[in-house]
Design a protein around this ligand. Structure first.
Ligand code: UDX
Length: 436
């Protein structure tokens, strides 16, 4: 990146603290952003909870400071409740305020005669307590919204969606188009009133928009050294790459539902038989805890022999490497925003099965706006799964979505070139941080 000597020395004098929400889909983009800032000369401290702590050994370029989170184990198991509990505990304990105050003090004493100024804090959009904790410290705070800009706009439109009667949704209005937000249908909305604890759903929705002031492009490829393993909380099984090497180019369906989505036992069985009956080679990530309420999930009897060596099941994949592999021709995803961006970056068309939150709207955009997936909705049933796999991998639909995915891949890569829009956005962000 071009820069004057003055700008370079200002960068070298500035430190940024980042604080991710401790879940895989949020930790990865925050550390990718941190990497992009570090590559532009800023020093980075990662503030993190003890729960799902990132591994400092994988990021020697950053400093790490742990904040005690004091969350009971019973709450830790529940993703949504965990976010609220984290915020409440942080507000009550004052740990974040204390950690930031001492970071500010040590930053200014960091290098004799040339202290590194703590320029700002970057927080995940759901960490409101952290935003409050900075009050009185005089530390500017930026917010990273880790979902898509389109979903952010949607989440901000919830008052309008209620006023116009789209929400709460009913069985009869699920397929109604939302005129104000094309191409969304009512069924693509995350409807807090449908959750067992609707207050919690509404609070999460509020958190996702309340703190946010900014959003960004595909972060995972902004720095050359990024590979997905750096930010992965679980150990990735690299044996699958060797297996992919043995498969024909453009022949394998990759199946992975991210880090937090669950399926029921019945859905798990239908997915297994849908894959086995499709006759296609597949690589399936069955992570620990994927099946609701089951500690160690069992594949159905007869599944191993039915797949005749065509399939490989692993616990956690090097996902970005898998998507970049020439053997992979399609990606069955839950439409998490990171997975969607990673798939688009590699030009891999999708079979989308969004489950909750932002995934619902993302799946719709991928299907109706970018037209690079087959959307699988309704009850998960082996026959329907088999048909959807055929549409993605074989039929005319497959050829069309593959062509469009390739075009989009080219566009995304242009954004990441040195003068591309994503790089420029980070350059502007660095300028903004230095001006704080
Ligand atoms: C969550 C939400 O569910 C998602 O909708 C939101 O946009 C971000 O937070 P998650 O469900 O985990 O995230 O999905 P996703 O955003 O796709 O992130 C999963 C990450 O885990 C990806 O970066 C993916 O590369 C990685 N991963 C997944 C692996 O490294 N290996 C795997 O086997 C599966």
């Amino acid at each position: 990146m071009a820069g004057t000597g003055g700008a370079d020395s200002r960068r070298a004098a500035a430190r940024v603290v980042v604080f991710p929400l401790p879940f895989q889909g949020h930790i990865s983009p925050m550390l990718q952003l941190a990497g992009a800032l570090h590559a532009r000369g800023l020093a980075v401290t990662v503030l993190h909870t003890e729960f799902n702590a990132p591994d400092p050994a994988r990021h020697l370029e950053f400093d790490f400071v742990a904040v005690p989170d004091a969350i009971p184990e019973t709450v830790a198991a529940n993703g949504i409740a965990k976010i609220l509990a984290l915020n409440a505990a942080m507000e009550a304990s004052g740990h974040v305020h204390g950690a930031l105050a001492s970071l500010m003090a040590s930053a200014s004493a960091e290098r004799e005669g040339e202290p590194r100024r703590l320029a700002c804090l970057v927080i995940d959009s759901t960490l409101t307590a952290t935003q409050k904790a900075t009050a009185g410290l005089g530390l500017p705070t930026l917010v990273l919204h880790t979902g898509s800009a389109a979903c952010f706009r949607l989440f901000r439109s919830y008052d309008m969606l209620h006023d116009k009667g789209y929400l709460p949704s009913t069985e009869s209005n699920l397929d109604m188009p939302i005129e104000e937000l094309p191409p969304l249908l009512v069924r693509d909305l995350f409807d807090p009133s449908k959750l067992p604890n609707k207050e919690i759903g509404q609070m999460i929705l509020n958190l996702a928009t309340e703190t946010t002031t900014n959003s960004s492009g595909p972060l995972h490829k902004l720095i050359a050294s990024t590979n997905g393993g750096d930010t992965s909380l679980l150990d990735q099984d690299h044996s699958c790459i060797e297996w992919l090497d043995s498969q024909a180019p453009g022949s394998v369906l990759f199946v992975s539902f991210g880090s937090v989505v669950h399926v029921t036992q019945d859905e798990f069985t239908e997915i297994a038989w849908g894959l086995a009956n499709s006759g296609k080679p597949f690589l399936w990530v069955v992570r620990r805890g994927l099946v609701l309420g089951v500690e160690k999930q069992q594949l159905p009897d007869g599944f191993e022999s039915a797949m005749e060596g065509r399939g490989k099941v692993i616990k956690w994949a090097p996902q970005q490497e898998v998507l970049a592999h020439p053997a992979v021709v399609g990606f069955w995803t839950h439409s998490g925003w990171n997975s969607t961006l990673e798939s688009i970056y590699e030009g891999v068309p999708m079979l989308s099965r969004p489950v909750f939150g932002d995934q619902l709207a993302t799946g719709r955009y991928v299907a109706d706006t970018w037209k690079i997936d087959v959307l699988l909705d309704g009850v998960l049933e082996r026959g329907e799964i088999e048909k959807a796999i055929t549409r993605v991998m074989d039929e005319n639909t497959g050829v069309e979505i593959r062509g469009r995915a390739k075009e989009l891949k080219e566009k995304v890569r242009m954004c990441l070139e040195s003068s591309g829009s994503s790089q420029q956005a980070v350059d502007k962000l660095v300028d903004h941080i230095l001006s704080l």
